[in-house]
Ligand binder design. Structure first.
Ligand SMILES: Cc1cc2nc3c(=O)[nH]c(=O)nc-3n(C[C@H](O)[C@H](O)[C@H](O)COP(=O)(O)OP(=O)(O)OC[C@H]3O[C@@H](n4cnc5c(N)ncnc54)[C@H](O)[C@@H]3O)c2cc1C
Ligand code: SF4
Length: 326
């Protein structure tokens, strides 16, 4: 690991100011991803700005009936919060399906959103990787890519985004609040992560020196239930091969509100807008759910070894939506 300086920030203003003043600085949340990548030589910040003690560890109701989640709220605290468990079960389930109890006790909301891909070549500095080193090439395209993307990938990168939490936030129409050198701004969670295109080194829409300070959940749509389902190689301690976050409300047998996002399929949580158009207003039946999943996944472009993900995602979506019908 390369030597680095360490600073514990006391305020958001101080964290952002110090980041701007020190090119090559990085924010440290729980460190469960960043420190691993530093040990592997993938990341080498010159200064670590520890933000884990900032006063951003609260979960609070918003005036309109939504929820405000501070960026340093630990994953285990968020999953166990009564308001999350009762009003946004998909979020609680997504968090609990990730990593391990010990990791969730340390990992933060902001760090979870900004964790890097688990593509094996990204983590191996002896192999070419466009995300690590733009222009170097992509080892995964013709290499080991069973776990990687089937939707939205490019010739430059076929990585998937690893966060379960981010998939639930996308389906729940959350927003990410950012504080940077130019002030505050808000980005919808479903647009926060990017597709790789020809700049796979950029995972998200975050700008240099911006800090995630809050995630805001809107009020739960009238009568809507939500859930998260994940398929993986082991029952715990494994990233998603495919996952789905679904939000559904039904009135008089017809779908009043539907939101669907897939995980494990793309460089970002994949908000299934095409499927949602099929679902809205249609009868809440298994036939409708299958038609919606077909419509969304028609755009899949599996790689040599991961075509199985398309059928897996289809089954997860149909099962999740069926389970949500009252
Ligand atoms: C063995 C193992 C298994 C795992 N399995 C899963 C899994 O199944 N599902 C899953 O979703 N995750 C899984 N994880 C990943 C885990 O969830 C992440 O490591 C964790 O959420 C990252 O949070 P952190 O606070 O530790 O981030 P850090 O490691 O501190 O930071 C990660 C990145 O985010 C940046 N950052 C942190 N906070 C902020 C902020 N507020 N604003 C701007 N930038 C910020 C850092 O600079 C860094 O680039 C696993 C991890 C391990 C080690
Ligand atoms: S898929 Fe992306 S992260 Fe993996 S080797 Fe290719 S460029 Fe790198």
């Amino acid at each position: 690991m390369r030597p680095f300086a360490y600073l514990r920030a006391r305020t958001v203003t101080e964290a952002v100011r110090e980041h701007a003043a020190h090119p090559g600085a990085g924010f440290l949340g729980g460190g469960t991803n960043l420190v691993d990548l530093m040990k592997l030589g993938v990341e080498a910040p010159r200064l670590l700005i520890d933000i884990s003690r900032l006063p951003l560890a609260e979960v609070a109701d918003t005036d309109d009936g939504g929820l405000r989640i501070g960026a340093t709220v630990r994953n285990s605290d968020l999953a166990a919060h009564p308001a999350v468990r009762t009003r946004y079960p998909a979020l609680s389930q997504a968090l609990l399906s990730g990593a391990s109890g010990q990791l969730r006790n340390v990992a933060t909301t902001g760090g979870n959103l900004l964790q890097r891909t688990r593509c094996p070549y990204f983590q191996d500095v002896s192999k070419p990787c466009n995300k690590r080193e733009p222009g170097a090439g992509c080892s995964a395209r013709d290499g080991a890519h069973r776990e990687l993307a089937v939707l939205g990938h490019s010739e430059h990168c076929v990585a998937t985004h690893p966060s379960d939490m981010a998939v639930a936030l996308s389906a729940l129409d959350a927003c990410v609040l950012l504080h940077g050198p130019d002030g505050e701004r808000t980005v919808p969670a479903s647009e926060f992560h990017r597709l790789p295109g020809d700049t796979p080194d950029r995972d998200t829409e975050i700008r240099a020196g911006e800090l995630v300070t809050q995630v805001i959940l809107p009020p739960r749509p009238d009568g809507a239930g939500s859930l998260y389902r994940k398929a993986r190689d082991r029952a715990s301690f494994a990233f998603a091969l495919a996952s789905v976050a679904a939000v559904l409300s039904v009135r008089d047998g017809r779908i009043a509100h539907a939101a669907l996002a897939f995980g494990g399929l793309a460089h970002r949580p994949w908000r299934a807008r095409t499927a949602e158009r099929v679902l809205r207003g249609a009868p809440a039946t298994a036939e409708t759910f299958a038609r919606a999943a077909d419509a969304e996944l028609a755009g899949a472009r599996p790689l040599r070894d991961n075509a199985f993900k398309v059928g897996l995602a289809h089954s997860l979506a149909v099962d999740a939506l069926t389970e949500l019908v009252p």
